[in-house]
Design a protein around this ligand. Structure first.
Ligand SMILES: Cc1cc2nc3c(=O)[nH]c(=O)nc-3n(C[C@H](O)[C@H](O)[C@H](O)COP(=O)(O)OP(=O)(O)OC[C@H]3O[C@@H](n4cnc5c(N)ncnc54)[C@H](O)[C@@H]3O)c2cc1C
Length: 439
C-alpha cells in the first residue's frame, strides 16, 4: 500500500524540482535590480500557484491510493488549506508581474495591466482566469456563510476548471522559466498526470463500476420518521471491494436526482451481499429519499474512507454515535463485536429517533456487549437522560482509558466528544472519527 510518507516524499520532491528549474531560469535576476528581483519572485509565485492549483485536483480527485492513505475528509481539509495558498500565490504573482513591468516601462500599474490585456490574448485569458478564481472564492464563502445548498457550492467550484484551462497558455508562451525544454516537458507531464488521474478516478472509474456491477435500488425501507434505508444490489458484488465503516458516493439515475451525487456510509457489514445506506432527512435531497423507486439504477462511486477495522490497534473499543452517525458504526459493529470487547454509547433526542434500535439490541445480545441509549429530550425516560458528558462517560465506561474510540455524529457533538476524550488523556491516534461533510 502507498503510505502517507511516500506521498509526502513525492510532494516535496516536486517542490524541489520546481525550485531547481526556477533557480536555473530566474535565479540570476535576483538582486540585479528591483525590477529583476520582483520579476524572479513573481515567476516563483506563479509556478507555485499552478503547483497548488494542480494539487487541488489531486486532493479531490478521489485517487484511490491517495484516499486510502489519508481518508477523503482529511484530503478535503488539506484541499481547503492549500486552496488558500494557491489563491494567495496567484494574487502575488499577478501583482509582482504587473508591478515589475510597470517599473521597467515607467508607467502606472493600471496602464501596464491595460497594455497586458489589450495586446496579448494569453494575458487577457489569464486575467479572466484570475477573475474567475476570485469570483469562486467570494461565492463559496458566501454560500458557506449563508448555509446555501451544497449543490450551489459544487457548481461554483466547477468554474475553476475553466480558469485552469484559461491560465495554461500564458505560462507556456510567456513564462521566463519555460525557455528550458526539460522544464516544458516536466510541466506538461505534471499537468497530464494530475488532470488525467482526476478524470480517470473521478469519472471513468465510477462509470466502469456502474457497467460492471449494474447497481440498482432493491428496497427502500423506512427506519424512523426521519431516516430511510436504501438497499442496493448488483452483479458480482462479491468483487466490489469494500470494508465495513466505509462510505460511497451515490447518484440515483432517476429524473429528479441524476444530476447530484451524495456520500453515504455503509450501514451494515461489508460482508453482506448487498449494500445498504441509511439516510436521514437533512436537506432537499435526503428528505425526498423515501420517494425513490425500486429498480432505479445507481452509480456507486467508492468505497472510500479509513473509518475501518484496519485502523484499530486495541482489543477494547468504545463506539460513540450521535443520531445518524450510527450508520458507519452499525456497519463496523457487526464485524468488530465478534472479536473485540466493544461498548456503544448512542445519543439521540427521543426514543423514536433511534435508528436500528432492534438491530442494535439483537447484535448486543448475540455478541454480548452493552449499548447505552442516551436521550436528551425524552420525557420520563428511565435510562440515561441529558447530554453525553464527562460524568456519563466516566460512569458508563469505567475502563475508557484502555479503549480505542470510534466516533461519528453531528459536528458540534463530535467536537465536544473529542475535547472530553483528549482531556481524559486518550491519545489522538486512538480517537477515530468520521465527519459527515466534505467541505
Ligand atoms: C463521509 C460521509 C458519510 C456520510 N454518511 C451519511 C449517512 O450514512 N447517512 C446520512 O444520512 N448522511 C450521511 N452523510 C451526510 C449526507 O451526505 C448529507 O446529509 C447529504 O448529502 C445532504 O444532502 P441534502 O441535499 O439533503 O442537503 P443539503 O441541504 O444540500 O446539504 C446539507 C449538508 O450536507 C452536506 N452535503 C450535501 N451534499 C453533499 C455532497 N454531495 N457531498 C458532501 N457533502 C454534502 C453539506 O455539508 C451540506 O451543508 C455523510 C456525509 C459524508 C461526507
Amino acid at each position: 500500500m502507498v503510505t502517507k510518507k511516500t506521498i509526502k516524499f513525492v510532494f516535496y520532491l516536486q517542490v524541489i524540482i520546481i525550485l531547481f528549474f526556477w533557480w536555473s531560469g530566474s535565479g540570476e535576476l535576483l538582486g540585479t535590480s528591483t525590477v529583476g528581483t520582483l520579476l524572479a519572485v513573481g515567476r516563483l509565485a506563479g509556478l507555485f500557484s499552478v503547483f497548488f492549483v494542480l494539487m487541488q485536483f489531486a486532493l479531490i480527485g478521489r485517487i484511490t491510493f491517495i484516499e486510502r492513505a489519508f481518508g477523503l475528509d482529511s484530503l478535503a481539509r488539506i484541499h481547503r488549506r492549500q486552496g488558500k495558498y494557491a489563491m494567495t500565490l496567484i494574487l502575488l504573482h499577478a501583482a509582482l508581474m504587473i508591478t515589475s513591468y510597470a517599473l521597467a516601462h515607467e508607467v502606472s500599474v493600471a496602464a501596464q495591466l491595460t497594455e497586458f490585456v489589450t495586446t496579448e490574448p494569453e494575458l487577457l485569458k489569464s486575467f479572466l482566469a484570475l477573475c474567475i478564481f476570485l469570483l469562486t472564492v467570494g461565492l463559496s464563502l458566501y454560500i458557506v456563510f449563508k448555509h446555501l445548498k451544497y449543490e450551489f457550492w459544487y457548481y461554483v467550484h466547477l468554474l475553476n476548471y475553466l480558469a485552469v484551462l484559461l491560465a495554461f497558455g500564458h505560462q507556456m508562451k510567456l513564462g521566463g522559466d519555460f525557455a528550458q525544454n526539460a522544464f516544458v516537458i516536466y510541466w506538461w507531464a505534471f499537468y497530464i498526470i494530475i488532470l488525467g488521474g482526476f478524470v480517470i478516478f473521478r469519472w471513468v472509474r465510477p462509470l466502469a463500476l456502474f457497467f460492471n456491477h449494474q447497481f440498482v435500488v432493491q428496497e427502500v425501507v423506512p427506519e424512523t420518521a426521519q431516516a430511510t434505508s436504501v438497499i442496493i444490489s448488483g452483479r458480482h458484488l462479491e468483487n466490489f471491494k469494500r470494508e465495513s465503516g466505509q462510505f460511497m458516493i451515490v447518484r440515483f439515475l432517476d429524473k429528479r436526482r441524476f444530476w447530484q451525487a451524495h456520500p453515504f456510509s455503509l450501514s451494515w457489514s461489508a460482508n453482506n451481499k448487498n449494500l445498504r445506506a441509511t439516510i436521514k432527512n437533512s436537506g432537499d435531497f435526503t428528505s425526498e429519499i423515501s420517494t425513490l423507486k425500486v429498480g432505479t439504477r445507481v452509480i456507486v462511486d467508492g468505497m472510500y474512507g479509513v473509518f475501518t477495522e484496519k485502523r484499530m490497534h486495541k482489543k477494547k473499543i468504545l463506539f460513540i454515535a450521535g443520531g445518524v452517525g450510527i450508520t458507519p458504526i452499525r456497519s463496523l459493529l457487526e464485524d468488530v463485536a465478534k472479536s473485540r470487547d466493544v461498548l456503544l454509547l448512542y445519543s439521540n433526542k427521543v426514543l423514536s429517533d433511534i435508528i436500528f434500535k432492534q438491530e442494535l439490541d439483537t447484535l448486543a445480545h448475540t455478541n454480548n456487549f452493552i449499548v447505552h441509549h442516551i436521550l436528551t429530550e425524552e420525557e420520563g425516560y428511565k435510562g440515561e437522560s441529558g447530554r453525553l458528558d464527562e460524568e456519563k462517560i466516566k460512569r458508563l465506561v469505567p475502563d475508557f482509558i484502555n479503549r480505542e474510540v470510534y466516533l461519528c455524529g453531528p459536528d458540534g457533538f463530535m467536537d465536544a466528544m473529542i475535547a472530553i476524550l483528549m482531556k481524559f488523556g486518550i491519545k489522538k491516534e486512538f480517537i477515530h472519527f468520521e465527519k459527515f461533510s466534505l467541505h
